[in-house]
Design a protein around this ligand. Structure first.
Ligand code: LLP
Length: 420
């Protein structure tokens, strides 16, 4: 379902005309659709039907309070990987009993904070982390409910930088070592083993790697139960891909959930999922203005006011994002390189892209940037972080304002010997 569409030649977000928002907020900015967030969330929720499901939104994909709150109000829990993310989830109204803590190197401080808040579960990734958590929990007089994140040694067939389930990746405990580690966990104070967890990667566009991993974890649960462990939860991680224009259509939550049901419903475990991109990716666009149209010797460049510091995915992962003018046109498309103003050739959003002719001052939208867009931005080149705006029906609200230059420069302090 697309909540960003043309009406009489102008692009709308739900019932709000985007160029009006651009005039009011100034470009560049991120724009999210509430209806799209709800639609994506409900797709997952409905797909699992009567299965015991805890959907924990992987807040790393988009940590804006307004986004987390929109999903939390629908019933979502949260998957967090840092104290900061946990604080954001709590502040947005996610109860601690719906928060799971993932991440390869949880510190003593983070464990302490999460335990004091009453976190639902830690997904433990190594033996040293298990010992550390046991010590922290014991000292606090608390018990940590844990799963082990299992590395199933499965190829997720996605971009190498976001593939996490192969044995050479840093994530999780080797699946062959899980049984032994569970036996150890059963003996440690402050630890209560409740299940297993995995996450094999992101932007996965086929069911087969998921199924291979879920089959492996299912038989591990069976073995652990035979060993006498009380296993009541399975956390399947996130990773379901979204359509970026030009990609194959990834499987839908309905197909994903059917497979989960087939593979593991007999376990009667609570199923936890941690989707990030699927919930927010297609719910966001980046609105930018053309600064100059420059004819190079070989290429024509659309130089826009957004840059790699605002959206790093194209330069970091060679990611494809659709780019469309806010004003629809019947003119024949021309080939552009869409680039930002930063002093690196990597500051390129698209190469040789067919777009209808654009002029300086006109607006365009970069699509499917709701996930891993704003959260990965920086102030490189002392470019202020760009605003985030949320639309609901015909209303819009700035949900993160543009900082001033004083805000940015004021973060630095002179060393004492420089201020004399
Ligand atoms: N759970 C864990 C433990 C994760 O590490 C991740 C993402 C998720 C859930 C959510 O995965 P998703 O459903 O969003 O695929 N910056 C990269 C993506 C990094 C994903 C990291 N982990 C990108 O822009 O493509």
């Amino acid at each position: 379902m697309n909540y960003f569409e043309y009406r009489e030649g102008e692009m709308y977000a739900e019932d709000a005309k985007i160029s009006d928002i651009a005039e009011s907020v100034g470009t560049p900015f991120y724009l999210y659709s509430s209806a799209s967030l709800a639609y994506q969330y409900n797709q997952f929720k409905d797909a699992f039907g009567d299965l015991d499901l805890l959907l924990c939104y992987a807040v790393k994909a988009n940590t804006n309070q307004a986004v987390i709150k929109t999903l939390a109000d629908l019933g979502a829990g949260a998957d967090v990987v840092s104290e900061g993310e946990m604080r954001r989830a709590l502040t947005a109204g996610v109860p601690p009993t719906k928060i799971v803590y993932s991440g390869v190197a949880k510190t003593v401080r983070e464990m302490t904070f999460a335990l004091k808040q009453g976190i639902y579960q830690f997904n433990v990734e190594s033996e040293p982390e298990l010992y550390q958590l046991s010590e922290v929990a014991e000292n606090l007089g608390k018990t940590a409910d844990i799963t082990f994140r299992v590395n199933p040694d499965v190829d997720a067939k996605t971009h190498a930088k976001i593939s996490t389930g192969k044995s050479e990746n840093k994530f999780g405990v080797p699946w062959k070592a899980t049984r032994e580690l569970c036996a150890l966990a059963a003996k440690l104070p402050g630890i209560n083993l409740v299940g297993l967890d995995l996450h094999i990667g992101s932007q996965i566009t086929e069911l087969e790697p998921f199924e291979a991993a879920f089959t492996r974890i299912t038989s591990l649960v069976e073995t652990l139960r035979e060993d006498g462990n009380d296993i009541s939860r399975v956390d399947l991680g996130g990773g379901l891909g979204i359509p970026y224009e030009g990609d194959d259509f990834p499987p839908l939550p309905k197909e994903y959930a059917e497979m989960v049901r087939r593979v593991m419903s007999h376990l009667n475990c609570q199923i936890i999922i941690e989707p990030g991109r699927f919930l927010v990716g297609n719910a966001g666009i980046l609105v930018s203005q053309v600064v100059y149209v420059k004819k190079g010797e070989e290429r024509e460049f659309l130089i826009i006011d957004a840059a790699m510091n605002d959206l790093v995915r194209p330069s970091m992962y060679d990611a494809y994002h659709g780019i469309v003018p806010l004003k629809e046109s019947d003119a024949d498309s021309v080939l552009y390189d869409v680039v930002g103003p930063v002093c690196e050739t990597g500051d390129t959003f698209a190469t040789n892209r067919l777009i209808t002719p654009m002029k300086s001052g006109e607006y365009l939208a970069i699509r499917s940037v709701g996930a891993y867009g704003a959260v990965m931005s920086s102030t490189y080149n002392t470019r202020p972080l760009i605003p985030e705006v949320l639309v609901k029906n015909d209303e819009f609200a700035v949900v993160r304002p543009r900082p001033s230059y004083d805000d940015i420069i004021g973060l630095d302090q002179l060393a004492p010997w420089l201020s004399e």
